[in-house]
Design a protein around this ligand. Structure first.
Ligand code: NDP
Length: 247
């Protein structure tokens, strides 16, 4: 079974990596179910996909709310009769030095980038366990495999989801449930992510860096497509995606 006809839930689908991936997978025949908070943007993505002959629905979803993530997964089953993949992609990146004590933003990152992924895992796990197959793809970051000054809490959430994906893979192998997991470690990708930075110095530095080296979100979408396209007994589970220009 390839990407074609798979039912795929995508969080953070209203812009950037999620939007681009949704469009690519739908172009290849997947049935995509989109979640994020901005209804207008989600509707526009669905309209684009349908105009291109693809199948897509959306539901306004805040990934910090377990019931809303469960409803998104339920929508996939109601509309398309099953579920094959969840792409836990929603995230924010308000970077700042720890000494600046932006503690509200620390909590938001933990709620969205970590607990949001856990909410996705909890919503699909009963389905994947019962049907003995399923794929959980999560957007970690290069900040989830090495440390960056200014990305203390952001990196903490991304290291955490990396660990989570690997443990689910191991436990599934032990339990014989055939749940595949994929961690994505993108570097600088040109999206709306930098809009979430409130620290003025961090924002200025990141804007300048991304302008120099950033690449398009299609780089990540192509990798997701590749991972979903693998045979059921193959788990390609970790990908770094760097701009050629980024050291
Ligand atoms: P964008 O800002 O373009 O996309 C982020 C998406 O997350 C949006 O669709 C946003 O939608 C959604 N989102 C944010 N908060 C919530 C929430 N509480 N509930 C539901 N959806 C939410 O940035 P990217 O495409 O770059 O980000 C996607 C992922 O990629 C993130 O996890 C990010 O950490 C990761 N990443 C990005 C890199 C980059 O350089 N761009 C590098 C490494 C990792 P809405 O506001 O409508 O809810």
């Amino acid at each position: 079974m390839t990407v074609k006809d798979k039912v795929i839930v995508i969080t953070g689908a209203s812009s950037g990596i999620g939007e681009t991936t949704a469009k690519l997978l739908a172009k290849h025949g997947a049935k995509v179910v989109l979640g994020a908070r901005r209804a207008t943007r989600l509707q526009a993505v669905v309209d684009d996909i349908q105009a291109d002959g693809g199948q897509a629905v959306y539901q306004v979803t805040d990934v910090t709310k377990p019931a809303e993530v469960q409803q998104l997964v339920q929508l996939a089953q109601d509309k398309f009769g099953g579920l094959d993949v969840i792409f836990n992609n929603a995230g924010i990146m308000p970077t700042s030095p720890i000494s600046a004590l932006h503690t509200d933003e620390w909590n938001q990152m933990i709620d969205i980038n970590l607990k949001g992924v856990l909410n996705g895992v909890a919503a699909v796990m009963p389905i994947f366990t019962a049907q003995k197959h399923g794929q959980i793809i999560t957007t970690s970051s290069v900040a989830g495999i090495k440390s960056f000054a200014g990305a203390g809490v952001y990196g903490a959430t991304k290291f955490a989801v990396r660990n989570l994906m690997e443990v689910i893979r191991m436990e599934s192998a032990q339990e014989g449930t055939n749940i595949r997991t994929v961690s994505l470690y993108p570097a600088a990708i040109n999206t709306e992510l930098l809009h979430t930075i409130t620290d003025k110095t961090a924002k200025r530095d990141m804007d300048a860096f991304y302008q120099q080296v950033g690449i398009e979100p299609s780089a990540v979408a192509n990798v997701v497509n590749f991972a979903i396209d693998q045979p059921e007994d193959v788990n390609v589970n970790e990908f770094t995606i760097y701009p050629t220009k980024q050291a």
